[in-house]
Design a protein around this ligand. Structure first.
Ligand code: PRP
Ligand code: MN
Ligand code: MG
Length: 178
């Protein structure tokens, strides 16, 4: 699997250090509140796990499974709910957890949805931000790393459902997807 990676962009250790810093910020920001942390499946799973185990205040966890890429390279532009929350959003402080913001279409869809459901506040934390891909004006409150316009995989991010289990963020060799 590793020989299909051209370059490691963000190492396992760098991810862990950053995750710890983000968790401290979240601990401070939500101290005394009881936020609903919503992981966006499937990509956010490894980051959510590493992040929230370091948050030192009460949080509730839930998951939403949405998809717009259907395994491929480009967003279809249409966000599909595959699994909705089990929890009421009304009057809750929401913490959306994402692995990456690219076009921003997934997040702007979720932000609109949670506003419609009358969330009290909405905070977005993303491990990666790819500003060059943006097609909506959504912005994260907390960002781990900015990434260049390359096809990145690992630590939750897939290409055709592979590479999510890499412990680092890497760039896929072009021959794998062309
Ligand atoms: C990926 C990624 C983000 C979203 C970002 O998810 O995990 O959720 O796309 O792209 P955007 O900003 O252009 O919307 P995907 O839809 O591939 O589903 P997955 O998490 O199950 O891989
Ligand atoms: Mn995703
Ligand atoms: Mg995907």
């Amino acid at each position: 699997m590793h020989d299909e990676i051209q370059e490691i962009l963000i190492s396992e250790e760098e991810i862990q250090v950053k995750t710890k810093q983000l968790a401290e910020k979240i601990t401070n920001d939500f101290d005394g509140k009881f936020p609903l942390a919503i992981g966006v499946l499937k990509g956010a799973m490894p980051f959510m796990s590493d992040l929230l185990k370091r948050v030192n205040t009460h949080i509730e966890m839930d998951f939403m499974d949405v998809s717009s890429y259907e395994g491929g390279m480009k967003s279809t532009g249409e966000v599909k709910i595959i699994k909705d929350l089990n929890t009421q959003v009304k009057d809750r402080d929401i913490l959306i957890i994402e692995d990456i913001i690219d076009s921003g279409l997934t997040l702007s869809y979720l932000v609109d949805l949670f506003k419609y459901r009358q969330a009290k506040s909405i905070t977005i934390v993303t491990l990666l931000d790819k500003p060059t891909g943006r097609k909506s004006d959504v912005k994260a409150d907390l960002v781990g790393f900015e990434v260049p316009d390359a096809f990145v995989v690992g630590y939750g991010l897939d290409y055709e459902e592979k590479y999510r289990n890499l412990p680092y963020i890497g760039v896929l060799k072009p021959e794998i997807y062309s």
